[in-house]
Design a protein around this ligand. Structure first.
Ligand SMILES: NC(=O)c1ccc[n+]([C@@H]2O[C@H](COP(=O)([O-])OP(=O)(O)OC[C@H]3O[C@@H](n4cnc5c(N)ncnc54)[C@H](OP(=O)(O)O)[C@@H]3O)[C@@H](O)[C@H]2O)c1
Length: 316
């Protein structure tokens, strides 16, 4: 698989990464057997970067991932997790909570070292605590060699860009903002890369939006976006393919062209993960892509309002 570099002096990481939120049963119930098989399939087929967080399934995803990774040599994967978000509306970017969270993540994941530790959904928590406590604590942990890189994640691109540059972070994870439907991350990623900051493109399927099954009921996108995506999915199905394949190919190609370090897809299915990896070496169907882009054009780059304290859910 195509590899890029995590930070200018960091390890090589796969251009497609596994997002382990799904393993916390955030989309559907996932057994430990399925979680194990998904992780093992991804690693065997060349994925070496995995992202998770304490928030996903309220620690279930980290526990399931730790089980799946037990017995696997630590140098076979690069691991990212997060601090700061502990519930739908529960943020704590204090120094004490950050240190406690890291210890708990290490125990659940069964390893002694986190490669990338990220402040989770920075637009939703307390800004002063973020910049005066959480980020400085992560820089301390990096200096001590406890973590490899300091990261931030979220949805609000202007805020992510400003905090990343002003507070000298190594990585930025943005989600649902480089997909078939929304490409606002592209210019931001190019600017961040010029600062030596690695960008992770999370949720290339728009958190299930660009799948045959469609988005989960908690999806914050606007009804017009859901309707256009459903129409595009039906068109792909009629053409004998699944929109998720086209969506992943599009996101991955664009991510590489715009200098993003990796694209983080979530899956709790070994079969889907196998399809996702296979899609990377198949040519994109340009005629179908043009038809899908035409359907999505009226809702292109239409995101949702971020309401602080509203758990990342949509506004009006
Ligand atoms: N704020 C943040 O830091 C943040 C926010 C969002 C995401 N992320 C990261 O990005 C990762 C990916 O995001 P995500 O999981 O929310 O969204 P996503 O990758 O856009 O979509 C995941 C959904 O797509 C489905 N899927 C995957 N491959 C498929 C295929 N080949 N065919 C049909 N359906 C397929 C999955 O179902 P199956 O399980 O059935 O395959 C799952 O329901 C997360 O796990 C997390 O690591 C971070």
């Amino acid at each position: 698989m195509h590899k890029t570099r995590l930070s200018p002096n960091g390890p090589a990481i796969s251009a497609l990464a596994l997002g382990a939120a799904s393993l916390g049963s955030v989309y559907s119930d996932v057994s430990q057997d399925n979680a194990d098989a998904t992780v093992h399939t991804a690693l065997e087929l060349g994925v070496n970067f995995i992202d998770v967080a304490p928030y996903y399934g309220l620690t279930k995803a980290e526990t399931a991932l730790g089980h799946a990774l037990s017995g696997i040599a630590r140098d076979r994967y690069v691991l990212a997790t997060k601090i700061g978000r502990y519930g739908d509306k529960d943020w704590d970017f204090s120094r004490d909570a950050t240190l406690r969270s890291l210890d708990a993540s290490l125990a659940r994941l069964g390893c002694g070292h986190i490669d990338v530790l990220q402040c989770h959904d920075i637009e939703m928590g307390d800004y002063r605590q973020l910049v005066e406590e959480a980020i400085p604590t992560l820089h301390d942990l990096k200096r001590q060699g406890v973590i490899g890189f300091v990261g931030i994640t979220g949805y609000d691109l202007p805020l992510l860009e400003r905090v990343a540059v002003e507070h000298n972070v190594d990585t930025v994870m943005a989600y649902c903002t480089y997909t078939l439907q929304d490409q606002r991350l592209a210019p931001v990623a190019r600017r961040l890369q010029a600062h030596g900051i690695s960008v992770f493109n999370a949720s290339p399927l728009g958190m299930g939006l660009l799948t045959r099954r469609g988005p989960p009921d908690w999806h914050p996108g606007h009804a017009s976006v859901h309707a256009a995506a459903a129409e595009a999915a039906r068109l792909c199905e009629a053409a004998g393919t699944d929109i998720s394949r086209l969506a992943l190919q599009f996101a991955l190609q664009g991510a590489i062209q715009n200098g993003m370090a990796t694209t983080v897809i979530g899956s709790s299915s070994p079969a889907n993960m196998r399809d996702n990896i296979a899609a990377l070496s198949q040519p994109i169907d340009q005629a179908l892509l043009a038809q899908v882009e035409a359907i999505l054009a009226p809702v292109r780059d239409k995101g949702w309002d971020v309401l602080p304290g509203n758990g990342g859910k949509a506004g009006k």
